[in-house]
Design a protein around this ligand. Sequence first.
Ligand SMILES: [Ca+2]
Ligand SMILES: [Ca+2]
Ligand SMILES: [Ca+2]
Ligand SMILES: [Ca+2]
Length: 238
Amino acid sequence: MSVSYQHKLLCYSVSPTYEIEIQENVPLGTVLCKLNATDPDEGVNGEIEYSLGKTLKRKVYEIFELDKKTGEIKVKGILNYEEHDVYKLDVEATDKGTPPLKAVCRVNIKINDMNDNPPEIEITSVSNTVSEDSKPGSVIALLSVTDKDSGQNGKTTLSISSDVPFELKSSFKENIYSVVTKGILDREEVSEYDITITATDCGDPPLSHMKTVTIRISDLIWLCFVVAKCILSLDFDV
Ligand SMILES: [Ca+2]
Ligand SMILES: [Ca+2]
Ligand SMILES: [Ca+2]
Ligand SMILES: [Ca+2]
């Protein structure tokens, strides 16, 4: 004699796809949503357990956990928009009938960018010594600015200390700048400058990064003397 167990398919009480948006800095343990499947059967045929699909990306299992009894999806790993901005979770609800019946729903989790990276200034080349007869506009350093965030959070502005005879020039390439001389340099007046360059992003609140470049002004008379001495010694050798 064969016994057949008849029971009904459970189903989710809401649409089969959830769309969730969260910030990248949500604390660990945050409950993102609570899935709710219903089953009209009684007893074990109507007892539901939730589980994540078996074939999801490895990262999904590291970042999210699903409570098999309550259907709550929680954050258990650190979210980083710069690494992953979308996760797709297939969630199964299975009853304990024989055979078990299941329903699947899709949860799409979109991560929103936060301003969690300050800009970075990289000095790509610099002349640490500048002759005091350098003409205004002489390039003394090249630098690039990057910011890992997106949109306004990754948009940067650059400024230079105002009390130095140097200024910033933007280039035809985005985020590449040069530092150039803007006035007459006089070693007898100031022989060394500490130039502070600050990059600030447009996030809310904004983040900044500062870099200091030290420039020495070389003496024109002394330089002439060295050059002359070299020429003389060359003449002498010949
Ligand atoms: Ca059932
Ligand atoms: Ca991040
Ligand atoms: Ca970010
Ligand atoms: Ca930023």
